[in-house]
Design a protein around this ligand. Structure first.
Ligand code: TXA
Ligand code: MG
Length: 354
């Protein structure tokens, strides 16, 4: 009977969440789904547990972690103050893919979480499993993306198993994540200025109505057209080359026909050198390309699809042994800002303008 099967599945999920919660409470590391990407969680107050996250990921220790909460009352024990702008952002976007950097209450979390900063990055994920797991653990969870450092973030439990299998205490499988790129990280100034430190699931356009002083981009988030990083990023993680595929990836930007011609020319030249070629393109142009591995980011008119598919596509190239990849750039409005940010990082900022 359908209903009983459902109940059995619910009981099973309940049991697994309970077990995972116990593991976390005891100082273990457990990977879990969020609406953005899978996270690798540990009790944010427990330095040994947090240490285990860095060890499993091979993550540089000067890169602070996001603390995940399931209820507003958990903020009381974490931060010293919430200004009006931060409060309005929480009201508007939590639970959801927005991380807010707040003044940390001394001693509230392990110094390993904040990497010695006097702020802590906090978010409330919009995912039933994540929220229930945090509640089951009974503590705020420090959780970076559940990938080996330098690999694309995981959007499936299988990606977590590939990267961290045997290195962590558990994985809660909640199927594919939704957004597909990480949360937007912001500072909410007392002057009403919202500064985006990392573009992500909440767009600049969505933030604007809540930023009385306007939305600014951290100067380190240069647009594709500007040369070189102009300042040390205030979100320490942004300085690392992340998401790098094993082969060489370059992004091509410009008007559509020239982009397609240039990409195909690069693919043909690479093929002639004996490379295994890959192309990452939008549906509108997909039929033009000949390569060993042709992957779609969906339609240019729906960049949510591109965000959802990006990391899995980069992993697919790796799995297919692709050695030279070309990707089409996309417009940087809406979710396109996060897609281009991640794509350019994956490409080590190698971009060709045509
Ligand atoms: O969607 C997400 O945010 C995912 C899921 C699992 O929640 N998590 C995630 O965590 O992307 P991670 O560790 O991969 O990225 C955390 C980012 C880094 O860029 C880090 O530098 C920044 O947040 N960050 C953390 N604490 C900060 C702080 N106190 N001040 C400025 N930036 C901070
Ligand atoms: Mg990450």
């Amino acid at each position: 009977d359908h209903k009983i099967t459902n109940q059995a599945q619910l009981d099973e999920i309940e049991r697994r969440l309970y077990e995972a919660g116990e593991m976390l409470a005891a100082g273990g590391t457990v990977a879990f789904p969020t609406e953005t990407v899978y996270g690798l969680g540990a009790d944010a107050r427990n330095s040994k547990a947090v240490e285990a996250i860095f060890a499993a990921k091979g993550r540089p220790s000067d890169n602070p972690l996001i603390v995940h909460i399931a209820a507003m009352h958990q903020l009381e024990g974490l931060v010293t103050g919430i200004n009006d702008t931060a409060a309005q952002l929480m009201e508007a976007f939590w639970p959801g893919p927005l991380t807010i950097v707040l003044p940390v209450l001394e001693g509230a979390v392990s110094p390993r979480v904040t990497a010695g900063l006097d702020t802590v990055a906090v978010r409330m994920p919009d995912h039933e499993v994540a929220l229930r797991l945090i509640a089951a653990a009974g503590c705020p969870l420090a959780a970076p993306s559940a990938n080996r450092s330098g690999r694309p973030s995981p959007t499936l439990a299988d990606h977590v198993r590939e990267d961290l299998g045997g290195r962590i205490d558990g994985i809660v499988d909640g199927g594919a994540t939704g957004v597909g790129v990480e949360s937007t990280v912001v500072l909410a100034g007392d002057d009403g200025i919202v500064t985006v430190l990392r573009p992500g699931g909440v767009t600049v356009e969505e933030l604007a109505p809540y930023a009385k002083g306007g939305v600014e981009l951290d100067p380190a988030l240069r647009g594709a057209g500007l040369p070189g990083p102009v300042a040390a990023p205030r979100s320490p993680g942004m300085k690392y080359t992340h998401y790098a595929p094993k082969g060489e990836l370059r992004v091509v930007a410009g008007s559509a026909p020239q982009v397609a011609d240039r990409i195909q020319a690069e693919l043909d030249a690479a093929k002639a050198r004996g490379e295994i070629t890959g192309v990452l393109a939008f549906d509108e142009h997909l039929p033009f390309y000949r390569a060993d591995c042709v992957l779609s980011l969906g339609s240019l008119t729906r960049l949510e699809t591109a965000a959802h598919r990006l990391y899995a596509a980069l992993r697919r190239f790796d799995d297919s042994g692709v050695t030279v990849m070309l990707a089409e750039a996309c417009p940087e409005d809406g979710l396109g800002a996060a897609v281009m940010n991640r794509l350019l990082k994956a490409a080590g900022h190698r971009i060709i303008f045509v």
